[in-house]
Design a protein around this ligand. Structure first.
Ligand code: AP5
Ligand code: MG
Length: 190
């Protein structure tokens, strides 16, 4: 299964995607993690992405699409994958659709994780990553609302959306996600 995790910063995409990937035995691609590694290694991509990440803006679509299509070309997602933090704009989603189509694949399910704004802020401030300061958090929330939320309709129209409540303990949320995946698997069976 090719699963996309969609949700605002702090919703628990990374936490839950990692668990689900282990459970399903498929790779987990977090574009945020990948970019942070590039920054740490001071690669050209890392240097270009740093200013966007630290201010809470999105890295330009062309850089992200190149990064993800290269990853797909490596064959890692042959038996499925979990994409966490990509796509994040409609052009990214369209490029992904195209790249997968070329490989005879498609997105099978989109898990939309939701949580209250106050809870999102609380989780991020507690974590304290470099882009988890108040200013960058507000920008990330605003950017999510403006640029990423349209993907909810995009995937709803394709019948792929599973809405999961991200409030509660990580264990409670994981159980809801597992239930959503089981529903999808049942729908896919002929
Ligand atoms: P990215 O790393 O993807 O950050 P994000 O989307 O802002 O989301 P987070 O990773 O902060 O939150 P999450 O939903 O994964 O939650 P998590 O599980 O960590 O992107 C960073 C930046 O990279 C972007 O701003 C952008 O600049 C760039 N970028 C990345 N992808 C891009 C793309 N496709 N296009 C353009 N730019 C891109 O949980 C958060 C915290 O809460 C953790 O401490 C966790 O332990 C805790 N927590 C999780 N679940 C619970 C729970 N149920 N109860 C209590 N605490 C919890
Ligand atoms: Mg994350």
């Amino acid at each position: 299964m090719l699963i996309v995790f969609l949700g605002p910063p702090g919703a628990g995409k990374g936490t839950q995607a990692e668990r689900l990937a282990a459970e399903l035995g498929i790779p987990h691609l977090s574009t945020g993690e990948m970019l942070r590694q590039e920054m740490q290694r001071k690669t050209e991509l890392g240097e270009r992405a740093a200013a966007y990440i630290h201010s809470g803006h999105l890295v330009p679509d062309d850089l992200m699409v190149d990064m993800v299509t290269q990853w797909l070309a490596g064959g890692m997602a042959r038996n499925g994958a979990i994409l966490d933090g990509f796509p994040r704009t409609v052009p990214q989603a369209e490029s992904l659709e195209e790249a997968l189509r070329e490989r005879g694949q498609q997105v099978d399910c989109v898990i939309r994780l939701t949580a209250d704004r106050d809870e999102l802020r609380r989780r991020l401030l507690q974590r304290g990553r470099l882009d988890d300061n108040r200013e960058a958090i507000e920008k990330r929330l605003e950017v999510y609302a403006r640029q990423t939320r349209p993907l909810i309709d995009f995937y709803h129209d394709r019948g792929l959306l599973e809405q999961v409540d991200g409030m509660g303990t990580p264990e409670e949320v994981f159980e809801r996600i597992q239930a959503a995946i089981r529903r999808r698997q049942a729908m896919q069976r002929p």
